[in-house]
Design a protein around this ligand. Structure first.
Ligand code: ADP
Ligand code: LRH
Length: 471
């Protein structure tokens, strides 16, 4: 028997609602809605357009219900770290985007109370200036926490709006910097030292927990029935993507490749060495209590933000055509440091890349094709290095690199990565995140059984990846 579930997957670039059809030995997906995720800058900074995203999700669920009247369950995942503050069930203000500048000053405030070493010993996270802990410090300094009763991360906010229940799903909560890496619980001591109200942080639940049925108003609006449950999935998009890596053996590294490139290995226990901290490797929570030992590489943001700059004159650029032109470039191009913090904020990306090349005496790209080639070469270089570092720090043997997400369609990137890493690259599925979301729901509903190995075999059988061999 085949049963349907709906996956809501919000990436930093776009969102989608996908129907998953699952039976014991087959999995298929059907996208029913796709919508852009376009942030909004106001006088007080850069925000997510969360109401527009929610509106699109609700419309997408309505479309899903029209295509498939018997949806057993709904799961929600999104990018990490960002949140809404709540009081009396109301959202206080519009959630900030993690690329907003307000975090920068807060980093020093936090580190003056808890050093980087102590923070890492508690939460196991790589330093990213936008981790929730720093954003909350900025909010506290601005007096924003005084009215707040609770905090909801983005997928938990949507689940609350759908069901009326406030929870914190554990994989995404692990990215806040306030969950203890050893216990998997909110770190009360750390929260107290940072003078954050403990009451902000809701009950933690694991992926696979039922959250509730849709509220009556939403059932009417979408046509979804009272028997459909909203289920907590690996609500951090990267956790869902890693679950859906179609690996048949344990000796793999993964790259969840979209706006960011999340490069690492899956571990059973945290790896908390000083070498790992200095290499900026993170221990994020995975589905089933696993550890996602990975490094954030700047990712295809470098490319999409360049394209946005080139389209400012009103033109529309075809990504496949741009990548084809980059593939034909024969002149040597600069390999720049893709992880340089100057590339984090929105703005003129080609100008910043040129500035890096100038400062480091490398050839400045002369055409759009050369810029794109330089970006893709630099990403491949950063990815290959991160894979090698992940293997070295974790002691794990890596014989193959799985690339999943939108970036797995980038043939030039996959081939250059195989070449630079000297390892085979297996590319796809493109919608790994939504598939991982579907898998947890399917397992919870009893449609599929089994271990992560069994789930990954199911993905491999349903979505055969494409092989790139090193040249
Ligand atoms: P996110 O989940 O972060 O929003 P996605 O996994 O959807 O990101 O990946 C988005 C990226 O996928 C884009 O920035 C783009 O570089 C890449 N991409 C999308 N379509 C194609 C394509 N046809 N060829 C190559 N790359 C693509
Ligand atoms: C990818 C992602 C990543 C986080 C970043 C904020 O979408 O969730 O894992 O570090 O967004």
């Amino acid at each position: 028997m085949t049963t349907a579930v709906a996956a809501v997957d919000l990436g930093a670039t776009s969102g989608r609602v996908i129907l998953g059809a699952v039976s014991a030995n087959e999995l298929s997906i059907r996208p029913v809605a796709r919508f852009p995720n376009t942030p909004v800058r106001t006088v007080d900074g850069l925000h997510w357009n969360i109401l527009e995203l929610y509106r699109s999700v609700v419309a997408g669920l309505g479309a899903a219900a029209r295509e498939e009247p018997a949806i057993a369950s709904i799961g929600i995942d999104s990018w990490a770290v960002d949140y809404a503050l709540m009081r009396g069930g109301r959202m206080l203000g519009t959630p900030y985007h993690y690329r907003d500048e307000r975090n920068t000053a807060a980093v020093d405030d936090v580190h003056s109370v808890v050093s980087a070493e102590e923070l890492y010993a508690a939460n196991g996270l790589q330093h990213l200036p936008f981790n929730t802990v720093f954003q909350l410090a900025a909010d506290r300094a601005a007096g924003m926490l005084e009215a707040a009763e609770s905090l909801l991360l983005v997928p938990d906010l949507l689940a609350y709006w759908m069901t009326g229940r406030q929870i914190a799903e554990r994989t995404n909560a692990s990215t806040t910097g306030l969950v203890n890496v050893r216990t998997g619980r909110w770190d009360d001591a750390l929260i107290e030292r940072l003078a954050l109200p403990r009451s902000l942080f809701p009950e933690l639940v694991d992926a696979g927990t039922g959250i509730g049925a849709l509220l009556p108003e939403l059932r009417r609006e979408t046509g979804i029935g009272a028997s459909t449950t909203v289920t907590a999935v690996g609500s951090h998009d990267t956790a869902s993507a890693v679950l859906a890596v179609p690996a048949l053996h344990d000796d793999f590294a993964y790259i969840s490749c979209g706006t960011w490139g999340l490069v690492g290995v899956e571990l059973e226990a945290p790896e908390l060495s000083e070498a790992g901290r200095l290499a900026n490797f993170t221990n994020e929570g995975g589905v089933d209590g696993t550890v996602r030992y990975l490094h954030n590489v700047m990712g295809l943001w470098l490319l999409s933000e360049s394209v946005r700059e080139w389209e400012r004159d009103g033109s529309t650029i075809s990504l496949p055509a741009l990548l084809a032109a980059a593939t034909d470039v024969t002149a040597p191009v600069a390999v720049f440091d893709a992880n340089d913090p100057r590339f984090l904020a929105p703005g003129d990306m080609p100008a910043r890349i040129a500035e890096w090349c100038r400062e480091n005496s490398r050839p400045i790209p002369q055409s759009r094709a050369e810029f794109v080639r330089s970006i893709v070469e630099s990403l491949a270089d950063a990815f290959a290095r991160a894979v090698a570092t992940a293997a070295q720090l974790s002691g794990k043997t890596v014989s193959v690199i799985h690339v999943v997400g939108g970036g797995s369609q980038n043939e030039l990137l996959c081939q250059l990565l195989a070449d630079r890493a000297g390892l085979p690259v297996l590319a796809g599925p493109v919608e790994a995140t939504a598939i991982g979301n579907v898998l947890v729901q399917a397992r919870t509903a009893g449609l599929v059984s089994g271990s992560r190995d069994a789930l990954r075999s199911l993905v491999a059988a349903s979505f055969a990846p494409r092989l790139y061999s090193p040249r």
